[in-house]
Ligand binder design. Sequence first.
Ligand code: GDP
Length: 430
Amino acid sequence: MSENLNPQKSYIHTLHLALIGHVDHGKSTLAGRTLYELGLVNENVIREYKEQSILLGKPTSEYAWVMDIVKEERLRGLTIEPSYQLLEADSKRIVLVDGPGHPTYTKNAILAIGASDSAVLVVAADDGIMDQTKEHAVLAFAFGIRDLIVVINKMDRTDPPFDHQRYEDIKLNILILLNEIGFDENRIVILPAAAYFGDNLTRQSENLKWYSGPTFYEAIAQLRFPENLPRLPFRMAVDNTFPKRGIGQIATGRVASGSISRGDICIIMPGNHRAKIKSIESFKKTVDSISAGDDVGIALSGVSPEVISRGSVLGTPDNPPIVAKTILARITILEDKPGIHVGRSPLFFAHSTRTLAKIVGLVSRVSSSTNKVLERKPIKLAVNETGYVEIELQSFVSIEPSKENPLLSRFILREQDRTVAIGSCVEVLE
Ligand code: GDP
């Protein structure tokens, strides 16, 4: 809550930025080389990665490996789990979340987007717009992401290299695509780069003399953190819990909204249990208070381990988290067979929790970009369609309407290991 904000302290917000786009368009390289340019990755590490990558027959992977830290990923040259890297820009902490681009890993891209406030869409200048360019942009929009940085990468690969006209052509097509999806042009920044060589990442490039806009780093620095989030009631979805001797139960996660301080009482939902905040750690430092966006570990006293687990949501006694059984939601369908109709019972995944769900009503089918109603009470929502549905949850889940708390409103519906729909809670009905 705002009273908890220390007026003496300038809060640095933490923005999570998902890297999205078609496989091999250079997402990991963009992130890795940017970290290197900022001096956050040691030259020796890059040299070592370069040697290893040559041995593994992937000679230009050294910067991508800064992000793809798991060995198996290196061998296959693919990112398979989201990875997180931290940098600072203009008094903000930026966490780069690298979502995998391989077609079978859409689910993991969803995880990366679901954990982020904004996104970087990477499009290779030689390939142009590809299937996943579009798919990831649609996913980002359906999850409520509105601020986008589009990097037209691999400008060294155009013919001739660094071709202004090729850049303008892709830029125009990207704007048409994003506009169709529903993005607002004023919240999109488009820039050229050659990530592998460092062109236009943290410094202007001699090769791109015709370009006068921001570098990638400047574009990141200009991103705005949703201003209202620190002022909303405190919410944190728990990713993990473990006991620490002599301290108590530790709960880790990201603060979705509001702020809280050491010594405050918090409420754990579902279950309505009280606990005292004994100490807080954020980015490896002990701190007195935390606010929206921060990744934290909180030590709680006065609770038994069974009452808190992955999927619990923390709030405050004067404004405890909402617990829902039935919700009204806006969803976008990703798979056609058999689409979404009343009676289907997919698995419901929201923040760190999951439960069985049942579709109990189809309210409307709407235009994904304008939200205009196209049909009332449709029988079915088919692939790529967006609509409003009523969902009954088998167990109580802490979830919030998107206007109150975007991060805690997002969910996905899965059946037989496939993501059939993605959406956000509009209203808690019961
Ligand atoms: P991701 O799958 O989108 O994360 O792509 P990666 O970052 O793994 O890059 C795929 C390949 O493209 C790697 O071999 C990179 O070295 C290469 N690459 C990335 N950026 C550039 C660039 O600006 N120019 C050139 N020529 N190659 C690049």
